[in-house]
Design a protein around this ligand. Structure first.
Ligand SMILES: NC(=O)c1ccc[n+]([C@@H]2O[C@H](COP(=O)([O-])OP(=O)(O)OC[C@H]3O[C@@H](n4cnc5c(N)ncnc54)[C@H](O)[C@@H]3O)[C@@H](O)[C@H]2O)c1
Ligand SMILES: [Zn+2]
Ligand SMILES: [Zn+2]
Length: 379
């Protein structure tokens, strides 16, 4: 089958790889019709992880079931399914409590597995014609009869819609809250969209790319351009000097200033400053334990200089980590089905798989107008 293969830093290609197939009785095989490029793929694409050359990328996947293993009881051939990027077993200590992003069975001794992801197990990604889904009964989210027609919406339920929602949950966003979000990439936009769905009173989104900030405005958020002045001061000015009730980090360890210089502590310390005393902060932007490619020696060990004094003095709370997609995906699917959510508003490009290398280049450069790419391997 054809698949998008990671060849090395900033080099990916579409080529023939061995067909995905049923390997265990609990597997499901899915023909992929929509699969996104994610900001998380870019950490790998840029060579800023230990991703091995030759692996297939792609963890935001949707498609049609073509085959099920003999132990699969719920999922049937022909079902349209959306796959959480996390691969859970459903029965370990963490899955049992809903922490499917930290499964203890699927990638031991690490907690957590995913498709086509550095450090998250041997699983192949879905930027390919077919995908093997382990523990298929547990991991497949079945979609209703509008699946094909609304697949650009439903495919966002594999990762970024639940992840944006998770950021607001970690921060503790309640109706009426003011919320500041750092990052207006797909994840930041989904966090803003989730805060708006939760009836936040004011949602502010910080970034410097006009096309991305425009999308934030389109859904009713206030755009804050940090290339035009301190984002902290702009947030304080919009909140009577107090700071936002809640804050979300949707950038991660490669956060940088508007000139492009990386400062891995920049968004965390800006959040401490722009969230009010006793406020909550949710961090879904990825931070990694070691980053050998980092420009500064502390960051190479995964450390940042964090403003602990001010954080403590303000009595703030912080929650972090991978999103446990299964905690939210049914509910978010239902909002899409009844027409109350339309996360496809961020999609800028719908392309055949063979266009993927070019799309990676543009999305990685955050080129104007490249906000979210959906690949369609059957096109
Ligand atoms: N926790 C999870 O489960 C999970 C899931 C998906 C993605 N992620 C992570 O979320 C992060 C965002 O993903 P994405 O797809 O939106 O990526 P992206 O790279 O497309 O978007 C990040 C945005 O942040 C902006 N930015 C950079 N530095 C900034 C700063 N100092 N202040 C404000 N904005 C800044 C960039 O201009 C860009 O628009 C990534 O780290 C990704 O790996 C985490
Ligand atoms: Zn993703
Ligand atoms: Zn598990």
């Amino acid at each position: 089958m054809n698949a998008l293969v990671y060849e090395g830093p900033r080099k990916v290609s579409v080529r023939q790889v061995p067909d995905a197939k049923i390997e265990r009785p609990t597997d499901v095989l899915v023909k992929i019709t929509s699969t996104n490029i994610c900001g998380s793929d870019l950490h790998m694409y840029e060579g800023r992880t230990d991703m091995q050359a030759g692996r297939v990328l792609g963890h935001e996947n949707l498609g049609v079931v073509t085959e099920v293993g003999p132990a699969v009881v719920r999922i049937k051939k022909g079902d349209w399914v959306c796959l959480p990027f996390n691969i859970g077993c459903g029965f370990c200590k963490n899955c049992d409590r809903g922490f499917t992003g930290f499964c203890l069975t699927t990638n031991p001794p690490t907690a957590g597995a995913a498709y086509g992801f550095a450090g998250m197990g041997p699983y192949s990604g879905g930027q390919a014609e077919y995908l093997r889904v382990p523990f298929g009964d547990f991991n497949c989210l079945r979609l209703p009869d509008d699946a094909e027609e609304k697949q650009l919406d439903y495919v966002m339920v594999s990762d970024i819609f639940p992840t944006g929602y998770h950021a607001t949950e970690l921060a503790g966003v309640q109706p009426g809250d003011s919320v500041v979000i750092y990052g207006s990439g797909p994840v930041g936009l989904m966090a803003a969209y989730s805060a708006i769905l939760k009836s936040a009173s004011k949602v502010m989104v910080v970034d410097r790319h006009p096309d991305r900030l425009k999308l934030a405005e389109k859904i009713g958020a206030i755009a804050i351009d940090d290339s035009k002045g301190s984002p902290v001061e702009q947030v304080l000015a919009l909140t009577g000097g107090e700071g936002a009730d809640k804050g979300c980090e949707c950038v991660g360890y490669q956060c940088h200033d508007p000139q492009g210089h990386e400062h891995p502590n920049m968004t965390m310390n800006n959040l401490v400053k722009s969230v009010r005393p006793t406020g909550g902060i949710g961090v879904v932007g990825v931070f990694i334990p070691t980053d050998p490619g980092a420009p500064d020696p502390l960051a190479k060990q995964g450390d940042i200089v964090f403003d602990m004094g001010l954080f403590w003095f303000k009595g703030q709370r912080v929650g972090t980590g991978q999103c446990n997609v299964k905690t939210y995906n049914r509910h978010l699917r239902n909002l899409i089905h009844v027409g109350k959510a339309k996360p496809s508003f961020i999609v800028s490009h719908k392309l055949p798989l063979k266009e993927a290398p070019n799309a990676y280049q543009h999305f990685d450069a955050r080129d104007n107008g490249w906000t979210k790419v959906v690949l369609q391997p059957q096109a």
